[in-house]
Design a protein around this ligand. Structure first.
Ligand code: MG
Length: 154
């Protein structure tokens, strides 16, 4: 069966925090306020993967009230999620949008595709990641949308 997933996530940004997107740390004067490492791209991706398969959502799988996930590496959470999919599940295509004004994401797009591709067992060429600015309307947030097309046996 073909399944289409949609994920969205948003985090507030503040000085003195790390900015991690797609499992890649990006040098920035602003980073995410979050219980985990605040990787909004990976959080949206987890939602896009599990939601169409009736496997919950990122908030239910990894509650921000659970001390085990304080400062957690979101890419490690994604690795854990991938182990829960039934054998025969194939990710065919991913596309995403990151809304962030600063810094410019272009130098980090390919490293993000490679990091995610490894975890998802998908070619980096099948992963789309686009950076957009908010035209200075959202200077203190990062927002991500992710679409996933996948094939499952049942
Ligand atoms: Mg999040």
């Amino acid at each position: 069966m073909l399944r289409i997933g949609l994920g969205y996530d948003l985090h507030r940004l503040a000085a003195g925090k790390k900015l991690v997107l797609g499992g890649v740390e990006i040098p920035s004067d602003l980073g995410c306020i979050a219980h985990s490492d605040g990787d909004a791209l990976v959080h949206a991706l987890i939602d896009a993967l599990v939601s169409p398969c009736n496997m919950g959502d990122v908030g239910r799988l990894f509650p921000d009230t659970d001390e085990r996930y304080r400062g957690a590496s979101s890419i490690e959470l994604l690795e854990a999620v991938m182990k829960t999919f039934p054998a025969g599940t194939k990710i065919l295509s991913i596309d995403s949008v990151i809304v962030l004004d600063h810094p410019k994401l272009l130098p980090y797009i390919q490293p993000m595709k490679e990091r995610l591709g490894k975890v998802l067992a998908v070619s980096p060429a099948a992963i789309g990641i686009k950076g957009k600015t908010s035209e200075a309307l959202k200077l203190y947030s990062v927002e991500c949308w992710v679409n996933v097309l996948m094939e499952t046996e049942a």
